[in-house]
Write a protein that binds this ligand. Sequence first.
Ligand SMILES: Nc1ncnc2c1ncn2[C@@H]1O[C@H](COP(=O)(O)OP(=O)(O)OP(=O)(O)O)[C@@H](O)[C@H]1O
Length: 489
Amino acid sequence: MIGVTNVSGGYSSVSVLKDISFSVKKGQLFGILGPNGSGKTTLLKMLSGVLTANNGEILIKGHSISSYSSKKLAKVMAVLPQNTTEFFSYTVKETVSLGRYAHQDGWFNTWSEKDEITVQKVMEQTGIIEYQHHSIQQLSGGERQRVFLAQALAQEPEILLLDEPTNHLDLSYQKELLDLLKRWTKEQELTVLSIFHDLNLAGLYCDQLLLLKDGQINIDSYPNEVLKEERIKNVYQTEIKKHPHPHVPAPQMLLLPDSEYQEGHLLEINESFLSSTEECIVLVSPEPLKTMSSGVIGSGSGWYQNFINRHVAKTYNCSNHREEMKDFIQDLGYGPSDTVGMMTAVNLGDVSYEFYQDGEFSIFVVVTAGVGNAIDASKSELHSYELEPGTINTWVFVNGKITEEAFIQSIMTATESKVKVLHDQKVKDSVTGTLATGTSTDSILIASTQQGKELEYAGTITPLGKMISKGIYECTTNALNLYRKRVKT
Ligand SMILES: Nc1ncnc2c1ncn2[C@@H]1O[C@H](COP(=O)(O)OP(=O)(O)OP(=O)(O)O)[C@@H](O)[C@H]1O
């Protein structure tokens, strides 16, 4: 639909764009990214014929842009400029109607039924029909933005050029506008080229991204390839972290504020943060910790500050145990949104915890172990599905900085070590009579301060893995012995 070959140029004295080549297919939502001053608006001006390239060629539907008259080009391409600040005292409908000029022989004297139907349709699509008789000066910035979008659409273009279309729009209108554009690209094969400052919106909606730096193409590829941590860091000169979107396969880039942490004041989680009553074991960290857990609340990945292992009766049965747990935590005076909470029927006096240190990093392990529901995982199909609170709850606090990979490896290493304890202690599955590997409701938490030594791996023979293996083995064995003494299994 659009072909750009070796284009250079800009303003009379300066050549802003240098040897730019790319193509845009029909029906694509194509994003143009780049830091301030990188040439995005200049490129859009060349594609819309406002500026002429010094060198190279721009083809629109296979024909050189220079072969189009401005009226002919307006039938193919509409432009929604950035910050449309100049507007007259037209009504909304009059403003939108101006978009029909390319389809008319004269001005309003040739207003046809087709013109009227088109204007009504685009006002409906952009949600502005209810203010069609209002003056555009009475509208908010976001509402006005939609009026100018409707004006561009009234041209019935095949190509739509947008300069930061979500500027002025609140969150819901940003989503609405981009959903709309995406739908038009899919259903009507509208080709959309848009400048984005918000890398996350670009990553979420675009089919293809062009990243400019100093008037040159850094990369032209699919979003996951363009939005790479190192690349964005280099082009935008800022610290950034890439993260997958939690619900759709799109990359998200997160800014990193300057850390408030002072060198030499590393947080160390240890016994001094732990307190225990008959009702619960609580660890309150002075700062949020990065966690991965299978708690009743606070599960998955996140940042949490309070960690609670709550005793419940063996007969505890609640239809909505998550809500009940949240209420319990709230009543204790902790914010459920900042808390990872687990449950156990084990007497909390039988908890086992230990601090382990290896010079540059340390861990703090806390375990409660009940094996009333011990299960051999290789034969668990012989069990009925009943969640009982007789369980091994394992907490590992890492005083160090660990990778996502190390989080997952920590869970594997801790689990392998726990299984070995059950074997060495000859804990059996009561249904199958074979050695158990865990209980039906075991829970685990890995929480890291993300300060100090960087720990890339936590497999069993890595420094962190060795410490976790030993800590889990010792604390689980100890907790199990205390439990067995009391319960006499
Ligand atoms: N009318 C002009 N005359 C001369 N130079 C200009 C003109 N407009 C822009 N420039 C220069 O061209 C370069 C690229 O500007 P452009 O507006 O294309 O950047 P951009 O990537 O759109 O930036 P932003 O993200 O800030 O909107 C800048 O160095 C700018 O100063």
